[in-house]
Write a new protein. Sequence first.
Length: 764
Amino acid sequence: MNLKELLNKEQYEAVVTTEGPLLILAGAGSGKTRVLTYRIAHLINDLKVYPSQILAITFTNKAAGEMRERVKALVGDEADRMWVSTFHSSCVRILRREIDKLGYEKNFSIYDTSDQKTLIKQCMKELNINEKDIEDKEIIKKISRQKDNLISPEQFKTDNEKNYRMNKIADVYLLYQKKLKSNNALDFDDLIYKTVELFRKNPDVLEFYRRKFEYILVDEYQDTNKSQYEFSRILAESHKNICVVGDDDQCIYEFRGADIRNILDFEKDYPEAKVVKLEQNYRSVGNILDAANSVISNNTDRKSKVLRTDSEAGEKVKVYRAFSDIDEGNFVANQIKRMVEEGYSNSDFAVLYRTNAQSRIFEECFVRQSIPYKLVGGLGFYDRKEIKDILAYLRLIVNFHDDISLLRIINVPKRSIGNSTIDKMQEFANSIDDCLYNVILDIENVPGIARRSITSISKFAELINSLKAKKDMMSVSELLQAILDETGYVEELKNSNEIEYQSRSENIEQLISAAVEFENSSEDKSAEAFLETVALVAAVDSMDEKSGNVVLMTFHSAKGLEFPVVFMVGMENGLFPSSLAFNNDKEMEESRRLCYVGITRARKKLFMTSAEVRRVYGRTVGYEESEFLNEIPKELKEHLNGIGKSYNSYSGGQIESKRVTYNMNNEYNNTNSIKKTNYNNSIIVADLIKNDDVKSEVKNEVKSEVKKLTNSEATIGRKIKHAKFGIGTIISINKDGRDIKLTIAFDNMGIKTFLLGLAPLELL
């Protein structure tokens, strides 16, 4: 390979710098995967490094698979001997070999969020913690954060002795970890947490893996949390041949524990580190790239870099201000229909939004206009009840200690084993400190169990033992089929007369197909390996980019993807960025990074839309256009509709509307003023459509929206001007007697509170 011909100057420098710590700051679309794959190929082909000495870590199975295939194309089958995987997959692989040193059996189960919630609820019940006082989701989040930060239950308990609430959560954490171990199970956070614990407690194991992995590469380093950071650091501590690739401008997972300081402080951790910036963008046209640079330049906590491109300027960013969220949905649907007629494919489009709840309007509009779409981030295949039921059988067959799986399927299909019987078995298991399955095997000696229940439980034990005996004689797909046949699961579905019977049966067939695909593509074809694959799958991993569907997804889910045409919807203050961001610089900067990620997903065309009014939690609200839209220079934007125009799917195009004010006396007053004036604290502004050609249902829809509006123009996210303090943004609204109390974050004067009826405020 002639690397100088294949790579640009900065890419080449990153590839050939192989010894010592290296930070590659890779801007969006700058070819970082290309750099990583050529770097690995250079190590193997040119420097004769054994592939097994290379550890390459990514954040998704999809990215790992892509990197593995690209390396294989460069070095051949040698690529199969190196580790290219996610943090979690790498740690599972280590723990399967070494976890017995921490007192676990090697056939441990991996609990998903549903299993985790079930076990947490058990702990809360045993500790007499009322969910009205502390919700299970709060406890799960707190425990997850402790594991991300490598804080043990004991340390968390000690640190919170004087805090009643945190002390209660610490008690749950202690009991939860004890129950996980008795179930021979790990949750998702444990996979890295326990691997770091393994390394710290077993120097000989750590030394083995340090010698094994002489070269370590970490992708998406800006998204690492403390446990991931420590896993990488401790492995590279002796040789320091660690190459991290990332973009601080794309750090968008701080709410999950990602620490942007890991990438910003890399040179503090490794003073001898070399830094290479990849600023040449190969994805987006010039105007889209310039818009992204303009937005992200407003962040202060970042490393300086400016993306550049040799491609044409392309079309300007298209901005559309809809009347309502329904109008916004219709606009997006019509634009897609028009561009498909011009030669685009449905899979060329992505609609990105801040929260999953926003998808509903677009789904309804797409169904109405027969636009095929795929929703990413909804209920995943492996989260469906029938799939979780069958997998619970498989997990119990693999690991008899897995009480959570046993409890899920002991009476599925129905076997006349009631909750009272199950409670008695659990109490007995707790009293002798044993797993439920061993109790079931000795059910005759459990006090208080009726003879009829004993018969049913004994038959269940025989069923599981029979399936267990077949585990090593059958492939995974055959074993799954045996589970279906011997449990009568599908037969019960059929007899239930459920409307969803057909789709649920088809899902089960898909599970069998997934097992066959696993057998055809995996070196380790065991049931344990199949369960690992299932446990580690992510929503975007299963997304087929050539499916012929428009993609609906959140900005967070879109990271790492790209599309010819992107619609960024809901671009309003109070929604994106959220109202909380106006009072928190750190949160505002992360929101801006998320906006930057959204913009840089687009290759050719970018639409940014907002709505005058939308339904949020059952009420109609009005938000101003997003601050992020205002940060894009005028010369880079094209406004698709002017003031007082709305896009309507029924009439097939733009229709004229007239801006009016509507007061508490139900009087309509014409006004040509773009600036809104708060006359008496009871003015509502709306676009009332005056076009007679519009169908009546559209008129009624608009009129109903007017009636639902609040009695003031003051809404969260609105920009205002104060006679003394200047321009600010409304961040909260509360009733105060007959008046309204506004909390406003001013651009230069901080946060202040006013009574709306008394303050000299002007809405911009």
